[in-house]
Ligand binder design. Structure first.
Ligand code: PRP
Length: 214
């Protein structure tokens, strides 16, 4: 039987994902001592892991190169794609927010400039509120955009709030919660139904147990 290929998101949620997989008995020691390696065949189970950027998790799953992807709902919301979202892993919790310097004027009718890594999410949010805005796409360190006068405010993810605080920004609007999701390629779900469902069931049961504190 071919190994199930799982695309994991590098960075922010990587360690929490590995912890969760180990909690359900999937030995991931090779992922903990990985150095610069990016593809890992488990010597213990029928799993193969690839470590990629969040948006690329979607691409690998969409193209059927990976069977399963583990990625934040921020990325899924921003870049709607063909996949099954099967489970909320309830890790990597944070939220989308509108933030700016304390002097940001929300009530005037001037057309606002919003800097963000998430242009579709920002556009949808303000459109639903009936506000016409201009969006400037930024790839990272978005917090400096209002400080340097590039934008009036930002739409970004906030986890601890440290980055906002350390840059003198405050939250003006809490847009929506974000958490890590397990997604599956549609064809792979049909082909590897048993293996995929077994993993999803195990994770789901474990997450429920953690919730009730067993
Ligand atoms: C994210 C986000 C904020 C920060 C928020 O950036 O864009 O900058 O994390 O986290 P906090 O509320 O815990 O401070 P990320 O670390 O993913 O890096 P990036 O700026 O390079 O995108």
């Amino acid at each position: 039987m071919p190994k199930l290929k799982i695309a994991l998101t590098k960075g922010r949620i990587e360690q929490k994902t590995i912890d969760l997989l180990e909690e359900i008995g999937i030995n991931c020691d090779f992922l903990r001592h990985k150095k610069r390696k990016l593809v890992f065949e488990s010597p213990y189970d029928d799993y193969e892991f690839i470590l990629v950027k969040a948006v690329d998790v979607l691409t690998y799953v969409q193209q059927g190169v990976a069977d399963i992807g583990i990625v934040g709902s921020d990325v899924l919301y921003e870049d709607e794609n063909e996949h099954y979202e099967m489970l909320d892993l309830e890790i990597g919790k944070c939220q989308f927010c509108v933030a700016s310097t304390p002097s940001y004027e929300t009530t005037d009718y001037r057309r606002k400039i919003i800097a963000t890594k998430y242009p579709n999410t920002a556009a949808r949010y303000f459109q639903e509120k009936g506000e016409d805005i201009e969006i400037i796409k930024i790839e990272g360190s978005v917090e400096i955009a209002p400080l340097l006068g590039l934008a009036d405010a930002i739409v970004d993810i906030v986890e601890t709030g440290d980055t906002l605080r350390e840059n003198g920004l405050i939250i003006f609007e809490e847009m929506m919660p974000i958490s890590t999701r397990l997604i599956v390629n549609r064809v792979s779900l049909k082909r590897n139904k048993q293996a995929v469902c077994q993993l999803v069931d195990q994770l789901e049961a474990h997450i429920q147990q953690k919730k009730v504190g067993v």
